[in-house]
Design a protein. Structure first.
Length: 173
C-alpha cells in the first residue's frame, strides 16, 4: 500500500493519477473524498457524520468514524489479498490519524507519503476548484502533518504531480 496524506487541494489526487500511470504494475486508487461521496447526504449534516464549517473547519462524529474504519479495513483486506492499493487521505488528527491507520494495517508493508503545499498556493487551488469550503486548504496545510512520520515527502507548491509521482515510484521500486 501507498498512503498519501496532505491537506485539501495539496495535489494528492493528481499525484495518485500520475502514480497509476508511471508504476509498472496496476494500482487501485481510493480517496477519502470518494468515501464521503458514498455516504448518505444526511451524514454531511449531522453531528455523528462529517461537518464542514463556513470557515473551512471540518468535524467528524462517531458514525463517520465507524464507516471510515470499515472502509479502511476493507482496503487493507484488498491489499492483503494481493491488490496494490494507493490511498489519498487527509489526516485531520495528524499523528493520531496515522496511528489509526497503523491499527488497521498490522504488519502490511506501507509507503507513507507526505504531500505538502504552501497554504497560499493550496488556497488558490481551492478557489479555482470551486468544490470546497473556502478556508479548508489553509487550515489543513500544516495541521494534517503534525506528528506524522513519512517515508518520503513531496511538495506540490512548485513541483508538478508527475514529478512527485516519479519520486514516489522510485521509492516503490
Amino acid at each position: 500500500m501507498i498512503i498519501l496524506n496532505g491537506g485539501s487541494s495539496a495535489g494528492k489526487s493528481g499525484i495518485v493519477r500520475c502514480l497509476q500511470a508511471v508504476l509498472p504494475q496496476p494500482w487501485l486508487a481510493f480517496g477519502i473524498d470518494s468515501l464521503i461521496d458514498a455516504m448518505p447526504a444526511a451524514m454531511r449534516s449531522s453531528d455523528d457524520g462529517i461537518g464542514f464549517a463556513a470557515d473551512g473547519g471540518v468535524s467528524v462524529g462517531g458514525d463517520f468514524r465507524a464507516l471510515e474504519g470499515a472502509w479502511a479495513q476493507g482496503l487493507v483486506t484488498m491489499a492483503r489479498a494481493g491488490a496494490r492499493v494507493v490511498i489519498d487521505d487527509v489526516f485531520l488528527g495528524g499523528a493520531g490519524s496515522q496511528e489509526r491507520w497503523r491499527g488497521f494495517l498490522g504488519d502490511l508493508d506501507v509507503l507513507w507519503v507526505g504531500v505538502r503545499c504552501e497554504a497560499t498556493v493550496a488556497a488558490a487551488r481551492e478557489t479555482a476548484r470551486g468544490d470546497r469550503v473556502a478556508g479548508m486548504a489553509a487550515k489543513q496545510a500544516d495541521l494534517v502533518h503534525r506528528g506524522v512520520v513519512y517515508d518520503i515527502e513531496v511538495d506540490t507548491t512548485r513541483t508538478e504531480s508527475l514529478d512527485c509521482a516519479r519520486a514516489i515510484a522510485a521509492r516503490v521500486a
